[in-house]
Design a protein around this ligand. Structure first.
Ligand SMILES: [Zn+2]
Length: 239
């Protein structure tokens, strides 16, 4: 083989290895995790995490916001939070089989400062991207790419619309209720949800929204960035 041919083969090999790492790196890291109990320390803004667990990259009805993010381990949480998130998706796969959910950033396996976020440091916070439907009402994966900051750069209007997509508030309420149920089963509760206050009304008007408003506390303060394309959920130990 010519020198140029060998070089091309080498580059193709590297590219394949990189793609495989992106596709399966997180799964491999999960296989290598031990089952030591997680412990959260400090506060969400200034804390750390012992034995953090990564969320799975994908399931029947959900996927992560970024293969690179999960490869790097930006999807780790306290083990009970992981179990709650996974159980909620499993419940939704039965109750809302056609709905697609995308989760976003959570934190490092050992917690600590998690730029550019101000919190997410002790394994108890998870960002979820809003579920969306198209004009026909069909559930779509929220588009997450490097050029839209993996979904964080998307901007929904005050009606919850973005081009042909709109926020599926029914699916979002169902998700938060399922998450609240699952959290209780794992000795946790939802401490607070941060979501753009002007979008609370349509969420509470959705199917299950009234129940959600009674069960879960939503922050009324405007957050440091507008939380329209994602909702930030903080878990705490059950009282
Ligand atoms: Zn967040």
């Amino acid at each position: 083989m010519s020198q140029a041919g060998k070089r091309l083969l080498f580059i193709a090999g590297l590219l394949l290895a990189w793609l495989a790492l992106l596709r399966w790196g997180n799964d491999l890291a999960i296989l290598l995790e031990d089952d030591a109990t997680s412990r959260s320390h400090g506060t969400p803004a200034d804390g750390w995490l012992e034995n953090g667990k990564r969320l799975p990259s994908r399931g029947d009805n959900f996927r992560a916001y970024s293969s690179l993010g999960t490869l790097l381990g930006r999807n780790a949480v306290h083990g009970s939070v992981r179990d709650s998130v996974v159980d909620a998706y499993a419940a939704l796969a039965a109750s809302h089989p056609a709905t697609r959910y995308v989760y976003a950033e959570t934190g490092w396996p050992s917690g600590g400062r998690f730029r550019p976020h101000r919190t997410h440091s002790n394994g108890l916070a998870v960002d979820f991207h809003v579920p969306v439907v198209d004009i026909e009402g069909t559930s779509r994966w929220l588009p997450t790419y490097p050029w839209n900051q993996w979904g964080y750069g998307l901007e929904f209007d005050s009606e919850g619309r973005l081009g042909a997509l709109r926020i599926d508030y029914d699916a979002m309420a169902a998700h938060l209720l399922a998450l609240d149920d699952a959290a209780r089963n794992h000795g946790l509760r939802l401490e607070v949800v941060i979501f753009d206050p002007p979008l609370h009304a349509p969420l509470f008007a959705a199917k299950g929204g009234a129940r959600l408003r009674d069960r879960v506390r939503f922050s009324q303060r405007p957050a440091w960035v507008r939380h329209d394309e994602h909702y930030h959920v903080v878990f705490a130990a059950a009282r």
